[in-house]
Design a binder for this molecule. Structure first.
Ligand SMILES: [Zn+2]
Length: 398
């Protein structure tokens, strides 16, 4: 089994040297997106010379998406060994599948599912030193393209990131699969993706800013984040409507790429800042953790980041878009009470301690975070009164 990997010392300048931290850009080797590409997965696996793959998916995934891709594997002469994903990306789950797939002598892992299944697939592949192929079934997060997983305990508490030296060998994103899932997932993915540009820009502009792999951001990663934001502003609402109608159109195509590829590359090599730090704080409240998606919390975190950084016009623009597309923009929409100091202090404590909060160009204390959350809430209430009623109530009943 391969040892753990940490990119930070790899890219660090030699001790005592004058060399500065380098700019680093990493990415998966191939990204394929289209309507119906799931069925072509076997054909694409020939690029990797795969003979026997280990397919990781939930029981439900095995009965739907894996059934769809199986004839393609048979046609391509690729054998398949199945592993049922138990639902949590925990070390015990990872070790169990790594052990079984190793015994079956697989030469590739194919992870078919949501963020946690995809992350577990990456972790298993790293341990077996084989390539990982990611087949996302949702466009709700930017996990598919990155070379890291978030590890949880068996009880579902976050343990922290695990990095890998290699990104996925192939990502197969079927837009028809996204269109058949709930609209809420695509919309949550837009919250996660919208933050990419604003967070990468903070890291680029701050000479001390570092990315999630411990390097300086590249202009390339920031440019991907910027086009990601533009795409969402232009096509986000139409794409949400397409999923609601269970159809694939050009706007959905663009937004799936924004949520998955542009955001994935942008956050990993561009860096994260206050939006994700605050989003990490919200799950410390159990009812928020249980009822809301990562991207919905990032949306709230992004408005707070922009307010904290005195970018009030941008905060209003982003909040208006979020309201129209159906993302939460005030605390009540995350079932939080703005007067509840105990809850908000807990969020601020976790957010302030999150390592990438230090990418912000100001000294971020708990007080600063509390004030930003309160100011963002006030802005959100105001914008919601003008914009938010239709979209949000259509999606959620809180
Ligand atoms: Zn995220």
């Amino acid at each position: 089994m391969q040892q753990s990997f940490n990119p930070f010392p790899v890219y660090a300048p030699a001790e005592g040297s004058e060399t500065k931290l380098p700019r680093v850009f990493i990415a998966p080797q191939r990204y394929v997106q289209g309507e119906g590409v799931l069925e072509q997965t076997g054909q694409y696996l020939q690029l990797l010379r795969v003979k026997r793959c280990g397919v990781l998916a939930s029981k439900r995934g095995m009965n739907s998406q894996v059934t769809q891709l199986t004839p393609g594997l048979v046609k391509a002469g690729v054998e398949m060994v199945q592993g049922i994903f138990g639902g949590e990306c925990s070390l015990s789950e990872i070790e169990l599948h790594a052990h079984n797939f190793k015994a079956s002598k697989v030469d590739c892992i194919v992870a078919v599912g949501g963020g946690k299944c995809v992350d577990a697939g990456k972790a298993i592949a790293w341990r077996l030193a084989v390539p990982v192929v990611v087949v996302p079934t949702l466009a709700s997060n930017d996990a598919p393209c990155s070379a890291l997983s978030i590890i949880y305990t068996d009880a579902g508490e976050t343990q922290g990131p695990e990095w890998y030296a290699d990104g996925p060998a192939l990502v197969v994103m079927d837009t028809a699969v996204v269109a058949s899932a709930s609209e809420r997932y695509l919309v949550a993915g837009m919250g996660d993706a919208m933050a990419t540009w604003y967070e990468a820009r903070v890291c680029l502009d701050n000479p001390l800013g570092i990315t999630t792999i411990g390097a300086r951001p590249t202009l390339a990663a920031c440019a991907l984040g910027e086009i990601c934001a533009h795409t969402l502003f232009e096509d986000g609402i139409a794409a949400a409507q397409a999923v609601l109608n269970n159809t694939v159109d050009t706007s959905l195509d663009k937004v799936v790429e924004a949520n998955t590829l542009l955001s994935g590359l942008g956050f990993e090599s561009g860096g994260i800042a206050a939006a994700h730090s605050i989003a990490q704080g919200y799950p410390s409240i159990e009812r928020v953790h249980a009822n809301y998606l990562h991207g919905e919390m990032v949306a709230m975190g992004l408005i707070a980041q922009l307010v904290m950084d005195s970018k009030n016009d941008e905060a209003r623009k982003v909040a208006t878009f979020f309201a129209r597309v159906g993302l939460p923009i005030h605390l009540g929409q995350l079932s939080l009470d703005p007067e509840d100091n105990k809850d908000l202090d807990a969020v601020a404590e976790v957010a302030t301690a999150f390592p990438f909060m230090s990418n912000m160009p100001l000294d971020v204390t708990q007080e600063v975070v509390r004030t930003a959350i309160a100011d963002a809430h006030k802005l959100g209430v105001h914008v919601f009164a003008n914009e938010g009623d239709k979209a949000y109530q259509r999606l959620h009943t809180v």
